[in-house]
Design a protein around this ligand. Structure first.
Ligand code: SAM
Ligand code: SF4
Length: 507
């Protein structure tokens, strides 16, 4: 495998050019979405950020109230106003409001998942990434048995959701390979204490795809399709993604969520890699991206991700990055995104160390990972330390899923493994409406408890189980007040059946 990959890479750039031309066929060409330019109008962003300087406390409070009450995207001028706040007392009010929105839309739930790195074969050359083609690291692609072994390990830990991740490589790490890995993962079933473990939702973080490829993945049952723009700033984008790579094409990437939604992949995840450019600019751009998708398709981003740059092997770019985001600004970034796109899920990854995770969870985080390993094949092999040479970057928090669940329970959070919404068609426009009106909250609350109970029965350590049962009791009391009697009876019946070993019962 490695020899084959290196010989392919050595024949660049001719083969890559041919392949790029083939991929950007007219039917999928992004040009048809653009009228005179793309929707990231930099001049507008910079001007708006400037014009909204020195906001009055009254105006800031009006915007905060609007975000809390409406659950709709803010206007760009409103987001720019929040980004310009200098008064620390007003920031405190914004932190509180972000938490309020999180509780209103998502309650005390945190969805959890694990990353599964399937392949680091990559023809791109992103300056910040340990997998870039010029970095002569060991190249590996999991074969079907290896994908299965990894998924079995994860299912045996209690995970129900994965995010698979891939480098981009023609013929070897492409849409067909993604499809094969999804099929393999969905077919996994492992024994557990009382029931069984399985992966019920696979989100995908991969390179942009054509509409036809996305339709294929939709049919297999892809969860959220995630592609991060990394930076929306055109010039910076060009600097960190060399022009002789497919990732160097800003618009092919920018419009990939348009193609996904046209292919019927309803849940799309956007994001930025913090540290490449000014974080205030990126917040404005994420808002414009969300508004563009809502205006065109009636569906905003299902999730927004915001990884901060982490050290990677032989990757000096990271140390020299000019726009590194401090912990304090990271908090502010999360807060303004929460207020600006109140309905969206927000993902915090194990790139962040425990103290940061603790600090920002309450500001609006809805999903986070535990027990993560990001080497190719890392779950199945017996290594305990992070092997930087084989990873895309270094993790900041390597606690197990069980430790994570206990940690969250002690802070009053319930971890949800629920994947029912997606399987009942609560995605896209339907989920947007349910989220904005707060109705999804009830379905999710019921299903969170059911899936949490499954975890406690099948996988939890004694200590986690003790804290977890207290959370279940508390949730049951709240649900009794919230849902009609008939629903509550059914819910109690489901809980008993779960104790007796039945699985996958949901509303
Ligand atoms: N290859 C695909 C792509 O680039 O879109 C998808 C997978 S890539 C493994 C997932 C994400 O990891 C990238 O979109 C980028 O935001 C992030 N990433 C890359 N290098 C990183 C680093 N040094 N620190 C933190 N995150 C990084
Ligand atoms: Fe390849 Fe993705 Fe890494 Fe870029 S970020 S080098 S595309 S794996």
């Amino acid at each position: 495998m490695e020899v084959l990959v290196n010989s392919w890479i050595d024949s660049l750039p001719r083969r890559l050019r041919e392949w790029m031309e083939e991929r950007l066929e007219p039917e999928d060409d992004y040009g048809r979405y653009m009228e005179g330019g793309d929707f990231i109008d930099e001049e507008f962003i910079q001007r708006t950020l400037k014009e909204c300087r020195d906001p009055s406390p009254g105006e800031v409070r009006r915007i905060i109230d609007k975000a809390v009450c409406d659950k709709e995207c803010l206007e760009p001028e409103e987001t720019a106003t929040l980004l310009n706040v200098r008064d620390e007392e007003l920031w405190k009010e914004m932190f509180e409001a972000a938490g309020e929105i999180k509780r209103a839309v998502y309650d005390n739930r945190i969805v959890t998942f694990a990353p599964l790195y399937c392949s680091n074969l990559c023809v791109n050359n992103c300056l910040y990434c340990g997998f870039r083609r010029d970095n002569r690291v060991v190249r590996k692609r999991l074969n079907p048995e290896e994908v299965r072994a990894e998924a079995e390990r994860l299912a045996a830990m209690g995970h129900k959701r994965l995010i698979t991740s891939y480098g981009e490589f023609p013929g070897l790490s492409d849409a067909n390979y993604v499809a094969d890995t999804l099929r393999e993962i969905y077919s996994v079933k492992v024994r557990a204490r009382k029931g069984w473990g399985e992966i019920r939702r696979v989100n995908v973080n991969a390179a942009p795809m054509t509409i036809g490829e996305l339709e294929m993945l939709r049919e297999i049952g892809i969860g959220t399709f995630q592609v991060f723009q990394e930076t929306y700033h055109h010039e910076t984008y060009a600097r960190v993604h060399p022009g002789d790579t497919i990732k160097g094409n800003y618009h092919w990437r920018l419009y990939c969520m348009h193609r996904a939604l046209e292919a019927g992949v309803d849940d799309v995840g956007i994001g930025v890699l913090l540290g490449l450019y000014d974080w205030r600019f990126e917040v404005m751009a994420l808002l414009l991206h969300s508004r563009e998708l809502e205006e065109r398709y009636g569906i905003g981003p299902h999730t927004i991700s915001f990884p901060r740059l982490r050290p990677a092997a032989n990757t000096p770019f990271v140390q020299k990055a000019e726009y590194k985001v401090s912990d304090e600004d990271f908090k502010k970034f999360i807060t303004v995104v929460r207020l600006s796109v109140p309905y969206t899920g927000m993902i915090l990854t194990a790139r962040e160390p425990e103290y940061v995770r603790r600090e920002v969870l309450s500001l609006g985080i809805t999903q986070t990972d535990f027990g993560s390993r990001i080497g190719i094949g890392a779950y199945s092999e017996s290594y305990t330390e992070q092997e930087l040479e084989r990873q895309q970057f270094e993790l900041g928090d390597t606690r197990s899923l069980d430790e994570g669940i206990k940690w969250l329970a002690e802070m009053g959070y319930i971890v949800s493994f629920c994947t029912a919404g997606y399987r009942c068609g609560r995605t896209g426009k339907r989920i947007m409406k349910l989220l904005k009106t707060g109705k999804e909250r009830i379905f999710c609350k019921l299903n969170a408890v059911l899936t949490y109970k499954e975890y406690l029965e099948d996988f939890a350590s004694e200590e986690t189980r003790k804290v977890g049962e207290k959370i279940v009791e508390k949730e049951m009391k709240e649900l009794k007040e919230l849902v009609p009697e008939k629903v509550y009876e059914r819910f109690e019946d489901y809980l008993k059946r779960i104790e007796n070993g039945e699985r996958d019962l949901y509303f």
